[in-house]
Design a protein around this ligand. Structure first.
Ligand SMILES: *Cc1c(COP(=O)(O)O)cnc(C)c1O
Length: 372
């Protein structure tokens, strides 16, 4: 049985009529930028997350960039982020002229290690970006406590974790600003680029609102140099259709993860660890194996797709290596060598999960034979 990493076409087949109506309504209205769909989406997402304000922007990367700028992070400031993640958080810090300081991860959850975060604080540190990787939040209680004690602004990169929570408070509702991506493959995905910034602070929300629209809140009056980073009405309408299904889809991801856990118990791969303080929404189901690359080949030979998120930690990327290549982050570097993400999406059938697990056990046995 061939199993892909994800199947957006299956999702589309379920929603086709409703999406066609939503998209048709926007096109017929003739309003494409900053209109009622975007506003409604902002209210719905804010209510879903339990925050006061949400501002839709053009991508998750822009959400991080505009959030940092709104909070006044800039030249001379240092911002602590993990290195074992997608590059966007570190890029955003660089866009505003601040300096990235990479801290290591907790090897069990792949998220920022609070002790490593605290150890990375120096006189110029102004902020921390906690990334909630693979669908599980970082240890927000510990990181928030550090930020409060040391006077730092907490940002959350929630691109992979919409709907996840820590102690009953949703990802995005902990930091001064929470940043979301609706990239098509995320748990809530648009049919193009899209993102959102959320906050409980009305002043920060207002600044992000201006920044996304050329520094303007009244037509042709520009109070600051901003950007063109608006979310269009078509994407907003599509996201509203999908948001209604998000909780069910996340529950389905959790069920599939539970089945993977049962079927892979006692196998040679390391399984995901839940912190037990809130829901993991399994953007990815990521296992760990020392001979990862051979295992991946053996899986592919059996028709099972897999992904490596991420093969190179950000401090070792060519774009950052000049300044950070000498930094040692052993857990981030080891994770980059060992992680392997298995197929995960709400429409994944039980039969497909079983096939993946059978293939994985066979592949692991074959890897051991090759090693011997
Ligand atoms: C996807 C992603 C982003 C960037 O979002 P875009 O919408 O692609 O700009 C940022 N951080 C993480 C952890 C992501 O997974």
């Amino acid at each position: 049985m061939n199993v892909p990493m994800l199947d957006l076409a299956a999702e589309y087949r379920d929603l086709e009529a409703e999406l066609a109506a939503a998209v048709g309504k926007v096109i017929a209205s003739g309003r494409f930028i900053l209109g009622p769909e975007g506003e409604a989406l902002e209210h719905e997402v804010a209510a879903y997350l339990g925050v006061k304000h949400a501002v839709a922007v053009a991508s998750g990367t822009d959400a991080l960039h505009l959030a940092l700028r709104a909070a006044g992070i800039g030249p001379g400031d240092e911002v602590i982020t993990p290195s074992f993640t997608f590059i966007a958080a570190a890029e955003a810090v660089t866009y505003v002229g601040a300096r990235v300081v990479f801290a290591d991860i907790d090897p069990a959850t792949y998220n920022l290690d609070p002790a490593a975060c605290e150890a990375a604080i120096g006189p110029a540190t102004r902020a921390v970006i906690a990334v909630h990787l693979f669908g599980q939040t970082a240890d927000l209680a510990a990181i928030d406590a550090i930020c409060q004690r040391r006077g730092l602004t907490l940002f959350e990169d929630c691109a992979q974790a919409i709907g996840a929570d820590f102690d009953g408070r949703r990802a995005g509702a902990w930091g001064a600003l929470g940043c979301f991506s609706f990239y098509p493959t995320k748990n809530l995905g648009a049919y193009g680029d899209a993102g959102m910034v959320v906050t409980n602070d009305p002043k920060l929300a207002e600044v992000v609102r201006m920044l996304r629209h050329h520094g303007s809140r009244t037509t042709y009056r520009h109070e600051m140099i901003g950007y063109n980073s608006r979310l269009d009405e078509l994407q907003a309408a599509i996201l509203r259709v999908k948001l209604k299904r998000l909780d069910r889809w996340n529950a389905q991801r959790r069920e599939r993860a539970g089945l993977y856990q049962r079927l892979l118990a006692g196998s040679p791969v390391g399984l995901p660890v839940e912190h037990g303080r809130g829901a993991h929404v399994y953007h990815q189901f990521t296992v760990r194996a020392p001979m990862r690359d051979v295992l991946r080949e053996e899986l592919a030979a059996r028709g099972v797709a897999s992904g490596i998120y991420y093969p190179v930690p950000v401090h070792r990327q060519p774009a950052f290596a000049l300044d950070h290549g000498g930094v040692s982050l052993p857990e981030s570097e080891r994770a980059a060598q060992e992680v392997l993400s298995l197929p995960m999406y709400p429409q994944l059938t039980e039969g497909a999960v079983k096939s993946v697990c059978d293939a994985l056990r066979e592949a692991a046995a074959s890897v051991l034979r090759r090693k011997a």
